[in-house]
Design a protein around this ligand. Structure first.
Ligand SMILES: *Cc1c(COP(=O)(O)O)cnc(C)c1O
Length: 469
């Protein structure tokens, strides 16, 4: 065991079955497809899984973003939605629910996380600026680079090793941050921390690391912002892995995280259990004025910010359901259930298991392919053909194309099996385990991919591919 890991009993000790802490309230039928059908659909989609009709997907693990199931309380709250243009009661309920956990002075709702990023980086970015993060998410990096600024990833070295068992692989390399600030302080408008570190495998950040980052930020007079999409999962990892937090309520851990920051961007399609939504929150009055004015241009009046009143209501409920400890225990255990089964079957997976997803190490699994054969894309396509499981490449396709248009080797080639919240049961996951295991067994027969067309940014969404024969 690594130092600093505390073993905590996270479930009722006498039962090994993971109980989904909800019963099914309404159902959405799924359509079965044949292998031949899937091969045809995939070829028609030019081997880009984003181009599939989702009806042709059986188990959709493309993303956990906006794909979760809402609760009866959230559906009931929708009925309370008030659609007044300005100052609707739905806005005040949303504001109070967010403030209870993240008491930043200014709160600007947005239609999703990237809209908050777009606003923030339009104001603080620009040519010559540099924004450090543990690992920038794809939309964050793209929004920063779009302004001409530079996005720098400074995760600890263990965060780039799929097999390292460090309990907080999302931590920032504090020495690297310090050395960046020592040389380029004037170019750094703010420091960002992504919790959990999505692109790095859904890995958490410890409170100890956040405190150290905060101290360096204070030393150089820089604000610290959170990209806090998975704040609740990160807080659960702190509770179960970081010394001294086993008895702290998750809500208090979240407040402790918030107290270390000066602001945040949020995609409410993640932990806040919404199908749409996001926000930007911050303490700086002057920066808030600029962000609010920009938000009015693109998102709308600041008491609705791109969202219907009913969406604000659903989020006000969801943000608190996200920190329910029975829910979080189930959420994290059910994700590890998938990871443990795959690891036991000899499939190379990123360890320790992240909160929202299991990441397959495609570079290790398809070791006969080089990074420019796009092993992650090849593996994701194989999972779809095998059993109708849709996953997402996070590797050379997503990160290999620089802002200068030059292709460089990405640090890892992962395939993400993202688990939508409260959506699939254990038998669905058992099926996924079978599909991945079968693909693993025939891995030597999987060929690489080539890109046949691509846009200059965020190419994974719309690029087209062909298998190398
Ligand atoms: C999803 C996500 C975003 C962007 O949010 P959207 O709602 O998809 O625009 C930003 N950062 C991280 C870490 C994310 O997971």
């Amino acid at each position: 065991m690594l130092p600093g890991i505390v073993l905590t009993l996270v479930s009722e000790p006498s039962f090994k079955t993971i109980i989904e802490p909800f019963r099914i309230h309404s159902v959405e039928p799924m359509r079965m497809t044949t292998r031949a059908e899937r091969e045809e659909k995939l070829a028609k989609a030019a081997y880009n899984l984003f181009a599939l009709h989702s009806d042709d997907v059986l188990i959709d693990l493309l993303t956990d973003s906006g794909t979760g199931a809402m609760s009866t309380e959230q559906w009931a709250a929708l009925q309370r939605g008030n659609e007044a243009y300005a100052g609707a009661p739905s806005w005040f309920r949303f504001r109070d629910a967010v403030h209870d956990l993240f008491p930043f002075t200014h709160l600007l709702p947005t239609h999703q996380g990237r809209a908050a990023e777009k606003i923030l980086f339009t104001v603080v970015g620009g040519p010559g600026q540099v924004i450090p993060n543990n690992t920038h998410f794809d939309t964050t990096r793209a929004n920063i680079e779009f302004t001409g600024a530079e996005a720098v990833d400074l995760v600890i070295p263990e965060g780039k090793e799929p097999a390292s068992r460090h309990p907080f692989k999302g931590n920032m390399d504090v020495a690297a941050l310090r050395s960046l600030l020592e040389t380029r302080s004037a170019d750094v408008p703010l420091v960002l921390m992504t919790i959990t570190n999505n692109s790095g495998g859904g890995q958490p950040v410890s409170l100890a690391n956040l405190r150290e980052v905060r101290a360096v930020c204070e030393e150089f007079g820089k604000p610290l912002f959170l990209d806090a999409c998975r704040f609740a999962e990160n807080a659960w990892f702190i509770k179960t892995r970081e010394e001294g937090y086993a008895d702290t309520p998750v809500a208090d851990i979240v407040r402790e995280i918030a107290a270390l920051a000066d602001g945040m961007t949020m995609s409410a399609k993640k932990d806040p259990l919404g199908n749409i939504g996001g926000w930007l929150a911050l303490n700086d009055d002057e920066l808030a004025v600029q962000c609010r004015n920009l938000g009015i241009l693109t998102e709308g009046f600041p008491t609705y910010g791109g969202l219907a009143g009913r969406d604000l209501e659903a989020l006000a409920v969801g943000v608190h359901e996200a920190i329910d400890e029975d829910y979080l225990r189930y959420r994290i255990q059910s994700t590890s259930y998938l990871g443990e089964a795959l690891e036991a079957a000899g499939v190379p997976v990123v360890v320790p298991f992240g909160g929202h997803a299991i990441f397959l190490d495609a570079r290790a699994l398809l070791s006969h392919l080089g990074p420019l054969d796009y092993p992650g894309q090849a593996l994701a396509c194989a999972l779809y053909v095998e059993g109708g499981v849709r996953s997402c490449e996070i590797g050379q396709v997503m990160f290999g194309l620089g802002a200068d248009g030059v292709e460089r080797e990405a640090p890892m080639d992962l395939v993400r099996l993202a688990i939508p919240r409260r959506t699939y049961t254990q038998s669905h996951i058992d099926y996924v385990i079978e599909v991945v295991t079968r693909v693993h067994a025939r891995r030597d027969s999987i060929s690489g991919m080539t890109i046949t067309s691509q846009p200059p940014q965020l190419r994974h969404f719309t690029a087209t591919f062909a298998p190398i024969s």
